[in-house]
Write a protein that binds this ligand. Structure first.
Ligand SMILES: Cc1ncc(COP(=O)(O)O)c(C=O)c1O
Length: 407
């Protein structure tokens, strides 16, 4: 029987790595098997992975909660009030608008589910979604899962991966419904600058579009670069869904806590479908997330550590023959131009074989990622452990450069 013929066409082409190998490190058993065999996975955007990283205040809150026995029960489908309240307070301080925890915030089990849910109310068959390329791989797939059409909009290394508005304009059609961005961007770490965002938002307002803005990496921006939330720009609040996460900034990816904030006319619909689409977030990690948000020491300490780490990564990796890269502007990643050494697939495979490290090929981030690789340079709690892997990567790539006659 051709079971796939019975499937909804949106799902028919998905591959989990059971029959054909898949290039993405987050699909199937590939990364897990590599790790079991002693390899280092530096391909999941997860700070300090695989080392333990729950802050003491958060551990205590969760242990107390477990001992009380109460977290056996559901949280509210829209998220526990205490968590929405803590999130509303934090976001209100950041965006200069007072959010109502009962009208503007919803908790999601991780921001991946939040991203899909944010698009669901808007996308109909054939609607077009403009997605910068490169960008987070889910941004290319999610619109398709909702019957819409993903329209990649190229970004360019020579622009430091900022938007070129004419590239958006060129791709505008009567079916364009939405713009979907990750800001700061993954994999490039780019923080979109005010003028770039202002131009994009003028385009969005002028053409009456919706913006879904994934801000999973907003917590750690370096070099004093200004972070502008697009929902604060003129005409944007009522048409923007901002999707955020506790995974990256707080290093709590295993908690599966994300959230969306938006205008109450949008939020009413998201509250209405929450139980069907999201279920509810985990109760015990909800309590841990509240403790994390109430502990003002965590983010500054992590920012200092992550800043040190990106510098370490840059100092070691940027001096590798055949590699060029910029110092990361945000977060936990490094994005390396390796085209002189081979395709991104060849270089990533080479690193698995010769450095025992799994990194990300650039191509799943869009066609502009060809010739690039992404490394999660914030892996490992200690700088020494990370440096060891950076040196191993450098040694392996230096050998490859020799083979290519580059050194
Ligand atoms: C840009 C971006 N957005 C969202 C997510 C989803 O993170 P989570 O579901 O852990 O909140 C990721 C995960 O890697 C990401 O890189």
């Amino acid at each position: 029987m051709d079971i796939k013929a019975k499937m909804n066409r949106k799902f028919r082409d998905l591959q989990g790595g059971l029959f054909l190998s898949v290039t993405k490190a987050d699909v199937g058993e590939g990364a897990g098997n590599f790790q079991k065999a002693g390899g280092d996975v530096m391909a999941w955007a997860d700070p300090f992975f695989p080392d333990p990283s729950i802050p003491a205040s958060v551990q205590k809150a969760m242990l107390d909660a477990v001992q009380s026995g109460l977290p056996s029960h559901y949280s509210m489908p829209i998220g526990a009030y205490e968590l929405r309240e803590a999130l509303a307070k934090r976001v209100s301080g950041r965006i200069g608008r007072t959010l109502d925890p009962s009208r503007n915030v919803i908790v999601t089990p991780g921001s991946d589910s939040g991203l899909l849910y944010a698009m669901m109310p808007f996308l109909c068959e054939g609607d077009e979604v403009l997605v910068p390329d490169p960008s987070y791989p889910s941004n290319f797939l999610n619109p398709k899962l909702l019957d819409a059409v993903t329209v990649p909009v190229p970004l360019y290394a020579e622009d430091n991966w900022q938007f070129r508005i004419e590239e958006f304009e060129k791709r505008l059609t009567p079916r364009t419904k939405m713009v979907l961005i990750s800001h700061p961007n993954n994999p490039t770490t780019t923080v979109f600058r005010r003028e770039s965002l202002e131009a994009l938002c003028r385009f969005i307002v002028e053409h009456d579009l919706i913006l879904v803005c994934d801000q999973a990496f907003e917590d750690h921006i370096f070099d004093g670069i200004e972070f502008v939330a697009p929902c604060t720009l003129p005409g944007m609040w009522e048409r923007t869904l901002t999707v955020c996460s506790m995974s990256k900034g707080y290093g709590l990816s295993g908690f599966r806590i994300g959230y969306i904030y938006a205008d109450d006319h949008i939020m009413d619909v998201l509250y209405g479908g929450a139980v069907n689409v999201l279920g509810a977030a985990c109760t015990v990690t909800t309590l841990g997330a509240v403790a994390a948000l109430n502990d003002d020491t965590i983010l500054p300490e992590y920012r200092e550590r992550l800043d040190r780490r990106r510098t370490l990564a840059y100092d070691i990796l940027s001096t590798t023959p055949g590699v060029s890269m910029r110092k990361s502007e945000s977060g936990i990643l490094s994005w390396l131009d390796v085209h002189r050494l081979g395709t991104s697939e060849e270089v990533a495979d080479y690193l698995m074989q010769h450095a025992n490290v799994m990194v990300n090929q650039g191509v799943p981030y869009g066609s502009q990622g060809a010739g690039w690789i992404r490394i999660v340079t914030a892996c490992f709690a200690r700088d020494e452990d990370a440096a060891l892997r950076f040196e191993r990567i450098k040694a392996a790539l230096t050998e490859l450069a020799k083979q290519k006659g580059i050194v």
